[in-house]
Design a protein around this ligand. Structure first.
Ligand SMILES: NC(=O)c1ccc[n+]([C@@H]2O[C@H](COP(=O)([O-])OP(=O)(O)OC[C@H]3O[C@@H](n4cnc5c(N)ncnc54)[C@H](O)[C@@H]3O)[C@@H](O)[C@H]2O)c1
Ligand SMILES: O=c1ccn([C@@H]2O[C@H](COP(=O)(O)OP(=O)(O)O[C@H]3O[C@H](CO)[C@@H](O)[C@H](O)[C@H]3O)[C@@H](O)[C@H]2O)c(=O)[nH]1
Length: 445
């Protein structure tokens, strides 16, 4: 099939290469010229394990190409257009900014051939993958149908760091379909052809309405965020009582109804998804007059923000408030390991707040430093972790990359000025670090 992917960021670029790997003829389109140039040359514009390999294989096979928006000619004879542009938090509130979705849809509609036959068949199909407020698909559909196309919403659940595997082997596929039965049938059939190899694997498929599909996505992210904030709330209780949240998490996680995933207490969640999605959900619920149904998300967000405050306060307290010019080393800038994404990164925010307080902060990260160095000159960036540790008065482990978790505390003792560490991800063994002469503080343990 001929497929387009509009928006080639963390989601779209991987989706485009993955669809080419499934055997489709794919055109990736973006408004960012440097991004298109890099992708067309086989260079991944961001760090995502396994992506460079599938990108190059797809380009070599001739199945994948990239074009700068509006790419009207390239889009004219496409069967399925995937919309994968960003839906960031608005600058002036919690709601999602839908500007990019609207312009991507406009661009596709302008490129469509105005043939009556296409209109009658209800094709091509436009498939929303971006995370949007419930009601977006219903609002877009009339315009799309009037242009002779059909709209489906097919939310994406990939995790950064596992994007390739999650795209090619997702836990489930969700199709939000139009109300009109004929349109729904044609649209679903087109998407079933796109995903045929996945469906043949037995991946569960849920066919539902637009609003349910949109809600599934934000409900899933809200649940995950709530789980993390729940365990971080328990960390606060452990801090007040001398409990150990890591042992508590292990113990409750043995109950299969609870499960042991997403129960890692620490400095909380960040990234380009969970924080903005729980806020957009609250804003949309408010518009719909059902704000109280998700008012708990305000607490989820507040608990999450408090973890960042807590670790900043912990660091300042260590220096007895005399933090000016203290040499602090922050291990990690990305919002999580195996990603270079610094959007709403808890690690980066803590580093910046300590620098604001007057500390001399050196930050290291295996992949995220280029984005930090260009935007945050107040931080010292150091690629070599051992150099970053040298002469440090306090080390903070804030993103649990394997290379940080595997640091030899005995070797590190020789490098630092004072052997003091705050483990913001509870990722280290306190006994081993204390045994090597470190003063160790976790979060909630
Ligand atoms: N990143 C993830 O892990 C992930 C997972 C699931 C869902 N999502 C959702 O997917 C969407 C995209 O997220 P992302 O992380 O890939 O964002 P991103 O910022 O990495 O990428 C968005 C891309 O869209 C491009 N773009 C903007 N307007 C455009 C237009 N009119 N035409 C063509 N390209 C345009 C931008 O230049 C950018 O390259 C968001 O709604 C997000 O919530 C993301
Ligand atoms: O027990 C845990 C698990 C995660 N985190 C943090 O939570 C954040 C988000 O982690 P994760 O969910 O793995 O990352 P994302 O790549 O942002 O993926 C989420 O957001 C995507 C975009 O919507 C969804 O597609 C995914 O299903 C959803 O997991 C990160 O800062 C993690 O450090 C914790 O603090 N404790």
């Amino acid at each position: 099939m001929k497929i387009s992917v509009i928006g080639c960021g963390y989601l779209g670029a991987v989706h485009a290469a993955a669809m080419a790997q499934l055997g489709h003829e794919v055109i990736g389109v973006d408004v960012d010229a440097s991004r298109i140039e890099a992708l067309a040359a086989g260079q991944a514009p961001f760090f995502e394990p396994g992506f460079p390999e599938i990108l190059r294989a797809a380009l070599d096979s001739g199945k994948l190409r990239f074009a700068l928006a509006p790419a009207s000619e390239e889009l004219a004879d496409v069967d399925v257009h995937f919309i994968a542009v960003g839906t960031p938090q608005s600058e002036d509130g919690k709601a999602a900014n839908l500007t990019y979705v609207n312009s991507a849809v406009d661009m596709v509609l302008k490129a469509l051939p105005s043939s009556d036959t296409a209109a009658e068949a209800g094709r091509p199909v436009i498939v929303g993958k971006s995370t949007v407020p419930v009601g977006t698909a219903s609002a877009l559909a009339p315009r799309i149908e009037a242009a002779g196309a059909t709209l489906l919403w097919n939310p994406e659940f990939l995790r950064e760091g596992f994007a390739v595997a999650d795209t090619l082997h997702p836990d489930r596929l969700v199709y939000g379909l139009p109300q009109d039965a004929e349109r729904a049938k044609t649209g679903a059939a087109a998407l079933e052809r796109v995903y045929a190899p996945l469906l043949a694997e037995g991946i569960p498929l849920i066919k539902t309405s637009y609003p349910t599909a949109e809600l599934v996505k934000v409900a899933a992210n809200s649940f995950l965020a709530t789980k993390i904030s729940f365990i971080n709330a328990m960390a606060e209780l452990c801090e007040a009582t001398g409990g150990d949240v890591t042992e508590l998490a292990t113990a409750i996680g043995y109950d299969e109804r609870i499960g042991n995933k997403f129960l890692k207490a620490g400095i909380g969640f960040g990234g380009g998804c969970l924080p903005k999605d729980i806020r957009a959900f609250q804003a949309r619920a408010e518009e719909l007059g059902v704000e109280s149904a998700v008012s708990f998300l305000r607490d989820v967000d507040a608990i999450n923000q408090r973890r960042r405050d807590r670790v900043v306060a912990q660091a300042i307290k260590i220096f007895d408030r005399k933090i000016e010019n203290a040499k602090i080393t922050v291990l990690g800038a990305a919002f999580k390991p195996n990603s270079d994404d610094i959007r709403d990164s808890p690690a980066l925010e803590v580093a910046l707040r300590l620098a604001d307080a007057g500390a001399q902060v050196t930050i290291t990260d295996p992949e995220a430093l280029p984005g930090v160095a260009t935007r945050y000159p107040q931080l010292i960036t150091e690629a070599d972790v051992l150099t970053a540790l040298t002469g440090s008065d306090l080390v903070l482990l804030l993103t649990e990359w394997a290379e940080f978790v595997n640091i030899d505390p005995v070797q590190a003792t020789e490098l630092v000025g004072t052997a003091r560490i705050i483990d913001g991800r509870n990722a280290l063994d306190p006994c081993i670090w204390q045994g090597a002469g470190w003063s160790y503080a976790g979060l909630g343990r």
